[in-house]
Design a protein around this ligand. Structure first.
Ligand SMILES: *Cc1c(COP(=O)(O)O)cnc(C)c1O
Length: 484
């Protein structure tokens, strides 16, 4: 299996996830060299280590297109902002849809186009996406009007923020389709996975010379661009003189499907001196419990929180971590995954649990703590966090208080505060009360002076194109209707 095949297919025929057979490495000298490059230069080097069946020209063309000047609202693409406690906020939301998903989903359509040229036999690619809010918009924006592709996005009808919903409902492009479902993100993700792996559906697509692929983080092509920004953040710390080469840096990641933090794990395995990887959850704290006990148990209530992109109980990329930590034991990994889908629970045992806690720490943050963190960081730092980033910052504070660990730390900031304006405004000015989304945005801007991305403001005047909503059991029919 080549990386082009893995990216084109998205998921294996049996439903398992693809990973590279070996993890490439970078040396301390490499990091010095990379730290003198810009983001695009770093991306080209790191990607070429993984996508060994792509030529250097192909990779360069993909990266130059994805991170072209002007696409991201920061010249550095993923800038670091230092808080007064010394931690560094890694702003991953400077792209076109204002969430960290752009870091990968601006690149994936380019990678997939090249990969399909090598591995799709001239078939048209149909991309199915399940989203908790941000992936959907980022994938639509990345794939809109990309030749030889069609894309269909499913999102939980009541599980996304008003801004997220509007971003998807107004999506432009001739090859896009958006549908809400009566269910939560886990229902959407399981539904999409089921359609993907249904041979009868695949056969129907094949008749029309089409095939499925995925833009969710189950696709390796989503993961590999995310490794880049952890390498890049380390290089920037080096460049700013915050650390000496070789010094460890901890990483805190607000986590849902475990894709983002898994990318940090890959960067660490490559030899980037990352220390503890701290997994932050909201009230849906299935991962906190797992990392603390070694038992993954999804048999619990699902909460809709103010950080909806992390409202997930089936964290699919954990499969990749378990595979790596079990020394690539695919049978054991498959058993755990089967037990999860059959019984809703699995126990990895003491030995695996130790391997996990050797690298990962975990914590969670409830709704009240999220609100007060946003308020406090705004008041003391004049910095505006979105709700997901707030979960990470609070979890880091708890971690630091409990462990006394003062290692330099990078905190992944995953969305613009304006994507979750109502919750953010409520945190800093609870007396304000208004319903219209754009009135909230305006007020938040008036109070804080924090710049609002213009692509969010422009949504106000866009036409709503998509209003469909279907039951989970009707997802397959909706796909066949729209995509054949
Ligand atoms: C997707 C998302 C997350 C969770 O990332 P995973 O890779 O699924 O763990 C966190 N915050 C925001 C804003 C997101 O969009």
């Amino acid at each position: 299996m080549t990386s082009a095949q893995a990216i084109t297919h998205g998921i294996s025929a049996e439903g398992g996830l693809f990973v590279p057979q070996t993890i490439p490495t970078v040396t301390p000298q490499d990091l010095v060299r990379l730290s003198k490059m810009n983001y695009k230069g770093r991306a080209k080097e790191i990607l070429s280590l993984y996508l060994t069946d792509f030529t250097a020209e192909e990779i360069a063309q993909c990266v130059d297109g994805a991170y072209a000047d002007g696409k991201f609202s920061s010249a550095e693409t993923a800038p670091l902002v230092k808080l007064s406690d010394g931690s560094e906020i890694l702003e991953l939301w400077r792209g076109p849809t204002c969430a960290f998903k752009d870091m990968a989903l601006q690149l994936l359509p380019y990678l997939l186009t090249v990969a399909a040229g090598k591995a799709a036999d001239g078939k048209q690619i149909v991309i199915l996406v399940a989203t908790s809010g941000d992936t959907g918009k980022a994938a639509l924006e990345g794939f809109k009007n990309v030749r030889n592709t069609q894309i269909m996005v499913f999102y939980p009808s009541d599980g996304v923020s008003p801004m997220q919903k509007l971003q998807m409902a107004t999506q432009e492009g001739d090859n896009v389709m958006v549908c809400a479902i009566e269910g939560n993100f886990d229902d959407a993700q399981s539904g999409v996975k089921k359609i993907f792996t249904d041979p009868a559906v695949a056969a129907k697509l094949a008749e029309k010379n089409k095939m499925f692929s995925s833009a969710n983080s189950i696709n390796w092509g989503r993961l590999v661009p995310q490794i880049v920004y952890y390498v890049s953040a380390y290089c920037d710390m080096l460049k700013k003189g915050e650390i000496r080469n070789g010094d460890p840096v901890n990483v805190v990641v607000p986590t849902g499907n475990f894709g983002n933090i898994l990318a940090a794990y890959y960067a660490k395995q490559m030899g980037v001196p990352l220390g503890r990887l701290i997994c932050a959850s909201n009230k849906n704290k299935v991962l906190t419990d797992f990392i603390e006990t070694g038992v993954y148990d999804r048999r619990r209530d699902f909460y809709c929180t103010s950080s909806p992109s992390m409202d997930i109980l089936i964290s699919s990329n954990l499969e990749r971590l378990l595979f790596l930590l079990s020394d690539m034991d695919d049978k054991q990994t498959a058993q755990w995954m089967q037990s999860l889908s059959k019984d809703g629970v699995y126990d990895v045992g003491a030995e695996m649990h130790k391997k996990i806690t050797d690298v990962f720490s975990a914590g969670f943050c409830d709704e009240d703590a999220t609100q007060s963190l946003i308020r406090e960081v705004y008041q003391t730092e004049h910095y505006l966090c979105d709700t997901h980033t707030a979960v990470a910052v609070q979890t880091y504070r708890n971690y630091k208080a409990e462990t006394g660990d003062s290692t330099p730390t990078v905190i992944a900031s995953t969305a613009s505060p304006y994507k979750f304006s109502k919750s953010v405004l409520h945190a800093i000015a609870p007396q304000e009360c208004m319903d219209d989304e754009f009135a909230v945005v305006e007020r938040l801007h008036e109070i804080t002076g924090f710049e609002c991305p213009k692509q969010l403001l422009e949504l106000k005047d866009k036409t709503v194109r998509f209003t469909d909503c279907c039951a989970v059991k009707d997802m397959e029919e909706a796909v066949l209707r729209a995509m054949l």
